[in-house]
Design a protein around this ligand. Structure first.
Ligand SMILES: *[C@@H]1O[C@H](CO)[C@@H](O)[C@H](O)[C@H]1NC(C)=O
Ligand SMILES: [Cu+2]
Length: 168
């Protein structure tokens, strides 16, 4: 019953894959969201995908987080109608691909403290429609993580399936 085993492996992977693939990026790592940290250096070499999250950690009241456009990033200015995030543990889900800019709007922090982050969010690697297997949507949690799971499902399932065939 090799095929049965393979199916079970695939089912197990389908359940665990969402938490593996949606990466949570702690902005600034241990330093968090603060002054005098180079967030461009931090972002270098990291890949941000749709469905991932950014976590901005700081002492509430000391900083804030605003999503701005490229001009706002350069000039350290946010549109008047943007409501800043202020909890000190602000989680932003990267829901669309493209360039994203974030600043702290406390006076001087973005300008002289370099408290600004620019990233490029990459689309998901493949489309669920191209998956050679039925999607795992009925077994995985809903939301972004579920999307990621179905995106990578075909590839992962194929690898695990081949592995399973070799093993059993
Ligand atoms: C960028 O945001 C500013 C507000 O901060 C706005 O005035 C400007 O039109 C925006 N630019 C683009 C290209 O959307
Ligand atoms: Cu600040």
């Amino acid at each position: 019953m090799a095929s049965c085993r393979i199916f079970m492996i695939i089912a197990i992977v389908a359940v665990f894959v969402p938490s593996i693939l949606a990466t949570e990026h702690m902005v600034g790592d241990k330093k968090g969201w603060t002054l005098g940290f180079n967030y461009q250096t931090w972002a270098q070499g990291k890949a941000f995908y749709v469905g991932d999250t950014l976590v901005f950690k700081y002492t509430p009241g000391a900083h804030n987080v605003l999503s701005v456009n490229g001009t706002g990033f350069e000039e350290c200015k946010a549109a008047d109608d943007i409501v800043p995030l202020t909890t000190g543990n602000d989680v932003i889900t990267l829901s669309t691909p493209g360039k994203k800019w974030y600043i702290c709007s406390v006076p001087g922090h973005c300008e002289s403290g370099n408290q600004k982050l620019f990233i490029t969010v990459l689309p998901q690697l493949s489309s669920p429609a191209t998956s050679p297997f039925p999607g795992p949507t009925d077994t995985s949690p809903s939301g972004a993580a579920g999307n990621i799971a179905s995106t990578y499902y075909g590839l992962i399932a194929a690898i695990v399936g081949i592995f399973g065939m070799i093993m059993f």
